[in-house]
Each structure stands twice: as structure tokens, then as C-alpha cells.
Design a protein around this ligand. Structure first.
Ligand SMILES: [Zn+2]
Length: 356
């Protein structure tokens, strides 16, 4: 199951909004004869990938095989045929399931189908670790909203920008807090989430690109939080990113193809529900600025915080948000802090998330 979980991780940049799933098929003599993972949304499921990886001469071993699947095999025809139907047809000796499907409408269906077909089924193997691996997926299923990661960088004395507000003018450009060494990790943080959001102020002043450049991974979809309609149609984010979602009050006009109507007074819970319902966004990285981050913190509309701290003090400027009280470290001994060059990072969870 651990091997299956490691395989599942290969889909970390591409599977969303689908879950990460891995599958390992083991012969009666305990040899791995097939393995696979869910590579991309809409593509073949892990069970199918694993089945298709089996060498022709090993096909005869299938009837005595054990399948280790990190998530309950699906029992519904979606973009691909049901995996439970495939396994039912092969009828292996045993199937070990890591976690049951999170969707209350279908949970247990795949397992029942296999049992009825005479396959021995066990479930709950490494369930705690798998709940963490698919935290976005399970959160989506239960809460009908994206998993939200707040991200910022601050100086050693707690500022995000050393410039006085009079010098934070449109087009002034970003104010780098971290060094070049922090960039690959910052970009990996972006690639892990399906969407990346910034407020209109940050878009106007910093003109950030918000893409993934220093690692080999797809860029997230940009969400521009502009409820007061401050961003004109000539802004580079709008011109360069046809998939951008412009969140804008319904009384304002935009040239964006994808829009989400929202007013600040409706609250962030409503925005998140709307983004999920309209765009199936499984997760969102909030890159700023400070007032947007503070709004998400104040309204409790977040799941993780990722924060860089530079060793340099800048004395004055725009104060960084305060890390809330009671945040939790990542589960299972995963690193909740580390360094890149001179900069250090922290990754903390909302107090509601106890994974065990
Ligand atoms: Zn499936």
C-alpha cells in the first residue's frame, strides 16, 4: 500500500480535481506484476493503468493476485468505465483498499460489488496517511469548496514590503523578500494547487506573473479577486491568461471569458462555494496581498499556511499577517519547516485539521 501511495503521488501536479490514486498488483508469490497511478483528470484510473502494465506472460497470475488500491475502486461510469467492473471481471483473490470513497452517495458501492463477485476485500490500510495525501479531494467532497492555502513571505521583523504606501503605486513592481534559492519551492507550491488568487491591489502594483517557471510543472489557473472592478481590460494578467477567472462585482464590466460574480459583503465562504460550483476548483493558493490574506485569516476561510521568512530586517513598511494561534504541524512526521538558502519556510495547518 505504501508503494501504491508513492505511485499516486506522481499525479500531484496533474490529477486534480480528481484524487491521487495508486494501484499495485501482486502475484501469489508476492511479486509485483502490475502498477499504475492516476495521471490526469479524465484519463485512465490507477487500476486500469496497473492492469495494462502487466506483461502478457503474467496475465495467468491474475486470478490468484492481490490488488492494493489507495482509494475504493469506483463503481460508476464517469469519464472512464467503472474500475469495480474491471476487477469483477478479472476476479482476483483479494483487494486491499486504502480509503473508502469520500462521496456519501457512492461510498461502499465499489467494495460491495467486489464482495458480491466473491473477491475478499479489506479496507482501511494506511487510511490516515491517505487522508492527508487526498486532503483536497476529501475536503471538496465534504465541504463543496476548494482547499485554501495562504502563502506569503515576510522579513525577519515581520514586513511584506519595505516601501511606504505612497511608493506602492500601480506598476511599481514586486518587492522581493526571499532570495533566488526560495524560488523552486515557491513554484512547486503554486503547481500543487489548481488555482492561484491575488487581490486587485497586488495585481496593479506588483504585476505578478503567477506562473510556474523554475520547476517542470503546469501553472495553476489565475483567479483575480477584483470585486470593485479596479482592473482594466488592458492589464497583463487579463491579456496573457485566457483561462483567468475574473472575480468581479456584477455591476462592473470585464473582457475576461471566465467570470465569477461576487461582492465583498457576501463573504469568502460564498466566494469559495461559488468557485467550486462554477469551476470545479479543488484547491486555491492565495498569494496576497496583505489585506486579502488577512480577510481569509479573519473569516477562517483557509486550510494551510505556507510562509517564508527572510533573515533580513527591513525596519518598516507593510506589515505581514500574523500566523494564527493554534495552528498544527503537518501529520505523519512530514516536515512543517525547512530552509532554502538563507530563507526559512513554515507549513502549518488550520486547527480544525487533525489527521491521524
Ligand atoms: Zn476508477
Amino acid at each position: 500500500m505504501r508503494t501504491a501511495m508513492e505511485l499516486a503521488e506522481h499525479g500531484q501536479f496533474t490529477a486534480a480535481p480528481n484524487p491521487l490514486v495508486g494501484c499495485v498488483i501482486v502475484s501469489k508469490a508476492c511479486r509485483i506484476i502490475g502498477q499504475g497511478w492516476h495521471k490526469a483528470y479524465g484519463g485512465p484510473h490507477a487500476e486500469v493503468e496497473a492492469f495494462e502494465s502487466i506483461a502478457p506472460e503474467d496475465k495467468a497470475l491474475l486470478s490468484e493476485s492481490t490488488w492494493y488500491v489507495t482509494l475504493e475502486p469506483c463503481n460508476h461510469e464517469g469519464k472512464t468505465p467503472a474500475c469495480a467492473a474491471l476487477i469483477e471481471r478479472i476476479k482476483p483473490k483479494r483487494v486491499v483498499i486504502g480509503m473508502m470513497d469520500s462521496n456519501p452517495a457512492v461510498t461502499g458501492g465499489g467494495m460491495e460489488r467486489l464482495r458480491r463477485a466473491g473477491v475478499a476485500v479489506e479496507e482501511g490500510c494506511l487510511a490516515g496517511e491517505l487522508a492527508w495525501q487526498n486532503r483536497r479531494f476529501f475536503w471538496n467532497a465534504h465541504e463543496k469548496r476548494p482547499w485554501v492555502v495562504l502563502k506569503w513571505a515576510e522579513s525577519s521583523d515581520g514586513f511584506m514590503d519595505g516601501r511606504p504606501s505612497a511608493r506602492r503605486l500601480p506598476g511599481a513592481g514586486g518587492f522581493p523578500i526571499t532570495s533566488e534559492a526560495a524560488r523552486p519551492m515557491t513554484h512547486a507550491w503554486r503547481a500543487l494547487e489548481q488555482g492561484i488568487a491575488v487581490g486587485a491591489g497586488t495585481a496593479l502594483i506588483d504585476e505578478p506573473q503567477l506562473n510556474v517557471r523554475s520547476i517542470e510543472a503546469p501553472s495553476p489557473r489565475i483567479i483575480l479577486l477584483d470585486p470593485d472592478g479596479c482592473i482594466g481590460s488592458k492589464h497583463t494578467l487579463l491579456l496573457r491568461n485566457p483561462s483567468l477567472i475574473h472575480v468581479i462585482g456584477e455591476t462592473f464590466a470585464t473582457t475576461a471569458t471566465h467570470t465569477c460574480a461576487w461582492r465583498v459583503s457576501e463573504g469568502l465562504d460564498v466566494l469559495l462555494e461559488r468557485l467550486y460550483a462554477q469551476f470545479n476548483l479543488s484547491s486555491l493558493l492565495i498569494e496576497g496581498g496583505a489585506s486579502v490574506l488577512n480577510d481569509f485569516l479573519k473569516q477562517g476561510a483557509w486550510n494551510e499556511v505556507k510562509r517564508w521568512t527572510s533573515p533580513v530586517a527591513i525596519g518598516s513598511g507593510l506589515p505581514a499577517p500574523a500566523l494564527p494561534e493554534g495552528t498544527l504541524p503537518l501529520p505523519d512526521g512530514r516536515a512543517s519547516a525547512g530552509r532554502a538558502g538563507e530563507d526559512s519556510w513554515q507549513n502549518r495547518l488550520h486547527p480544525r485539521h487533525a489527521f491521524d
